[in-house]
Structures are given as structure tokens and as C-alpha cells.
Design a protein around this ligand. Sequence first.
Ligand code: KIV
Length: 273
Amino acid sequence: MSVHGAARPITVPDLRRMKGTPQVWLTAYTTPIAQRLDEHCDALLVGDSLGMVLYGLPSTLSVSLDTMIAHGAAVVRGAKHACIVVDLPFGSYQQSPRQAFASAARVLAETGAAAVKLEGGREMAETIAFLTSRGIPVCGHVGLMPQSVNVAGGFRATGRTQDEAAKVSADAQAVADAGAFAVVLEGTLEPVAAAITRQVAIPTIGIGASAECDGQVLVVDDVLGMFNDFQPRFVKRYAALGDEISKAAAAYAADVRARRFPEERHVFRKTAR
Ligand code: KIV
């Protein structure tokens, strides 16, 4: 099911009903990028990856709730069509369901987004049930969980052993049973992602989790080719904007140094009387 071209924005129940159809998610962090992506996407995720992508941080751990709210509101202002989902950052929800509710309620009230996403499986089931039963739609996130980088000891795909496969599968099931409307499966081996997608009644949204998932999400700056130094295996680059930006900056610098810019047509000449 798709509501592309429809006058109304895509809602959380629309996404939930899209189990089995390939839903398109991308991250977005700013108004102009949201405006560009909106008509092509079913959901825009204001991911806490913005800490690394926009702010040059080494991990997502120090991203604050206020930062997520500022970027969430910016993306909502740029979107008319896609469903907007905002990440709850590290430390804003793990302490208790009540803490999660307070954070998520701020996100929805102050951004106008439709839903929040949070990382965690069975240990977050109670929190997800608490939020969804109180009017806050939740997208789960299991498999590789960047906010747990210090426990996991790094960013590594999961599902390689039977124990890992059983864990990620039980986590996805717990998230679905708790009332999440979708679950992001990150860095998960294909057969495990395929089994989970068959097993759970909600859409699975994969990132580094194969085409077996119901939908896909990628970090938009990776898709646009903003970085030359790091290209994860699961990313497909659809543009080379990083190189374009460097070329544009070099051309501008050369023009300014050679006094070729500003040109006649860029100059205000007439004085007002
Ligand atoms: O923060 C983020 O951008 C995410 C995606 C990578 C799924 O959680």
C-alpha cells in the first residue's frame, strides 16, 4: 500500500499496514533536505546519527534531547507527505518508562513528529508498551544498536552465531508484542533478518540487514556521497555531493582570489534618491 500522491501525509497506521510492501525510509536532519526527500519517502527518520553525521561526534551517545527536538522540528517544517519519526537519544528513555514518556511527549509536542524510535529489545518491551498505550507510537530498533557501542565493543553486524540469532529474533518479537508499529533491524545477517521479517507481524526496516526486510532505511549523507573516507558495505551511493561541494568551494575561492567574483550582474549600482 502506498499513499504517494495523496493529499494527506502518511500516518503511523499507514506504515503499519505496509507490512510486506517495500517502504522507503531515509534519515533527514534539516528543513531543506527534508523538502528534497519528502515526496520520495514513506518515512523520514530524524536519527541520532546526526551527532556523527552533522556534528562530527565519535558516537551518538552525547546527542541531547534538545538537539533531537530542534532537528525534529526542522524536518517536520520541511515535510508535507512522509511520516516523521524522531530518535530518542541515549539517556533520555532507558531509566524508566516514565522517563521515556516524558522525553517522548516532549518530542511529539515540540516537533509535531508522528512517532519516536528507541533502541532495545526485550529490556525495552515494558517501556514500549507504556508509551504506545499512552498515545505515543514507537518504532523499535534491534540488532546492531549504536547506543550500546560500549557494551558491544564496537559496530559489528549481529546474527553470526545461533545465540546472536536467537537474541535478535527474541528482541524483535518482544518489540512487536509490546506494540511497536515497526522495527528497525540494523546490521543483521540476511537469513536472520529474513526469518524475523516472516515471524513478526509488523514491518521490518533494514539497514545493513538485506533486501529480505519489508523496508529499507539509510543515512541520507551516505546515500548522497557526502563522505569519501568511510563507506559501509551496506550503503549504496546515489550521488557524489561531497566531491561536488569541494569543486564548488574551489571554484568560488579561485574566483574571489582572481577578482572574477562578484561580476557586474551581482553588483548593486544605482543609488536611491
Ligand atoms: O540514527 C539513525 O540514523 C538510525 C538509523 C541508522 C536507523 O538509527
